[in-house]
Design a protein around this ligand. Structure first.
Ligand code: HXC
Length: 500
């Protein structure tokens, strides 16, 4: 049982630079804490020679273990047994630990290394997958679910990870695709390798299917252990509070110069984040995908928060389709698991372009609005510089549901940028002026001074306070803490219909 498909196959697994199913569990969990579930299960099917290929455990190791303080449920597919393929009893084992995870309110971690549906078992395999997908769906928003792809994950098998909260991949080890290179070559004539098609780079940078990319399995497991310390075990618990050793009253004077006064100049919002949140506490999610927004977990005075920030370094921080999907999915995770949201706004609007319009930016951008409006966790926004148009509403609107909105004295809030606005509302005046360019500049300046001034917005009550950059950390901590006991009800419904 402990040797899966036997020593030869274990050797082959190692030669490919991969660990075995049990080695992976050992690496991820506390020593001696693993309790195996249904260890003696075996396949029942005898078709196509399977009667001679029965193994205890049926190609998957499943059970419960501790990671740090947390009890988790997990399974690890064993590629040395029939290529980790999923048959009836293999699926049954997985489904049982999924159900136990849900009943216990414990995080669920799946380690995928499998050739997909066990071909010999036909519809029994498909039935098993369907059960797993359903369990993933029922657990969504109740317990955190992680998918660690450490080998092939092909065909319909990819949909279980896709339903879970976070997908982890390792370079040269992980592959995910609906149809592999051979099928693609036969159908479309395109030539591509397994790694290029479905490796960690492809899914972390291009498709956005995966959230975290690593160089080795060991790095990956270490990271998962760390990430769990930021999260509650389930949706009924609060995230852990830790002693961060970073004073809550620490001033942040470096921010006085970090954001350039010239609003056409960019800066790295990650430097801003490093300065404000508890030292070294930022964990970026989806770091290589849609880099015009930065999302991730950090701590503020020891409490986990979810950061949703514009990144002026990329596309001048304009929101596009991919950034909307990335942001909305992260925001919904935070809301499901009682993690307060901190929005950092410096955004000129949504990205213009035919590709964006025809790609459905209307439908995708709406996801951010929906995610913020439906979230009932504490929501705090800081307008660092620009907040224009629909993007202002996404990032910092009290009407959408932010509990507290702060702004720097130099913030600019408007329906659109001053140039565009002046050209529209003063067009006739500019055109009829003797020196129309001087007039244009005059009007741009006039618009900037009046409508865009944060004190104007604060006068309407849509900004709660105007703060100095050096007080950013202090004010964000106060803003979150004052809202921690908040209760916000929503109309009863079966579920909403987020624009997908
Ligand atoms: C049964 C399988 C299997 C499968 C692999 N094996 N995949 N057995 N069902 N799906 C067996 C092989 O026969 C082999 O057994 C052993 O596992 C190792 O496989 P190899 O091919 O030798 O390994 P490797 O060269 O590393 O290739 C790995 C692989 C390849 C890329 C995953 O095996 C492969 O392409 N498998 C099929 C993938 C696939 O098309 N799956 C079905 C997808 S459709 P022996 O005894 O010879 O060593 C699907 C539908 C799900 O999953 C729908 C859910 C909604």
């Amino acid at each position: 049982m402990m040797l899966g498909g036997g020593e030869k196959r274990i050797e082959a697994q190692h030669e490919r630079g991969k660990l075995t199913a049990r080695e992976r569990i050992d690496l991820l969990t506390e020593e001696g804490s693993f309790i195996e579930h249904q260890a003696f299960i075996t396949g029942r099917s005898a078709d196509f020679g399977l009667a001679d290929k029965r193994h205890l455990g049926d190609g998957v190791v499943a059970g419960s273990a501790r990671i740090g303080e947390k009890q988790v449920f997990l399974f690890s597919q064993d590629f040395t047994v029939l290529g980790g393929s999923l048959g009836e009893m293999h699926a049954e084992r997985i489904a049982q630990v999924q159900e136990l995870a849900l009943k216990n309110g414990s995080p669920f971690i799946q380690i995928n290394d499998s050739g997909g549906a066990r071909i010999q078992e036909g519809v029994l395999s498909l039935h098993g997958y369907a059960k797993i997908f359903r369990n993933n769906t029922l657990s969504s928003g109740v317990i955190p679910q992680f998918s660690v792809i450490l080998g092939p994950c092909a065909g319909g098998a990819v949909y279980s990870p896709a339903i879970t909260d976070f997908v982890f991949m390792v370079d040269r080890v992980s592959n995910m695709y609906i149809t592999g290179p051979d099928v693609i070559r036969a159908v479309t004539g395109e030539n591509i390798s397994h790694e290029e098609l479905g490796g960690a780079e492809a899914h972390c940078e291009k498709s956005g299917v995966a959230h975290f990319r690593f160089d080795t399995e060991t790095d990956c497991m270490e990271f998962i252990r760390k990430l769990l310390t930021y999260l509650p075990a389930n949706n009924m618990e609060q995230p852990p509070v830790v002693d961060c050793g970073d004073p809550a009253d620490r001033e942040t004077p470096a921010l006085e110069t970090l954001i350039p006064g010239d609003d056409k100049k960019s800066y790295d919002v990650k430097e801003f984040i490093a300065e404000v949140f508890d030292q070294d506490s930022f964990i970026e999610v989806h770091a290589d995908y849609a880099k015009n927004v930065v999302v991730g977990f950090a701590r503020l005075a020891g409490r986990t928060v979810g950061i949703f920030a514009n990144q002026p370094k990329v596309f001048a921080a304009a929101l596009n389709i991919d950034a909307s999907d990335k942001g909305a999915r992260f925001l919904r995770f935070c809301d499901a698991f009682n993690i307060p949201i901190v929005s950092l706004a410096d955004v000129p609007g949504f990205l213009p372009g035919v590709a964006q319009e025809h790609g459905g930016i209307i439908r995708h951008g709406a996801k951010i609005l929906y995610a913020i409006a439906e979230a009932t966790v504490p929501k705090v926004a800081l307008i660092m510089r620009k907040a224009y148009g629909g993007a202002f509403i996404c990032m910092a609107s009290k009407a959408l549901g932010f509990d507290r909105v702060l702004a720097y004295p130099t913030a600019q809030i408007a329906v659109m940028g001053p140039e565009g606005a002046a050209n529209i509302i003063f067009r006739r005046e500019i055109e009829s002026a003797e020196d129309s360019e001087t007039k244009r500049q005059e009007k741009i300046e006039e618009f900037r001074r009046s409508v865009m001034d944060p004190f104007t917005t604060a006068g309407y009550g849509y900004v709660d306070d105007i703060i100095e950059p050096r007080h950013t950390r202090i004010e964000l901590i106060r803003s979150i803490e004052m809202n921690l006991r908040k209760r916000e009800e929503r109309p009863r419904k079966k579920h909403g219909n987020i624009p997908l």
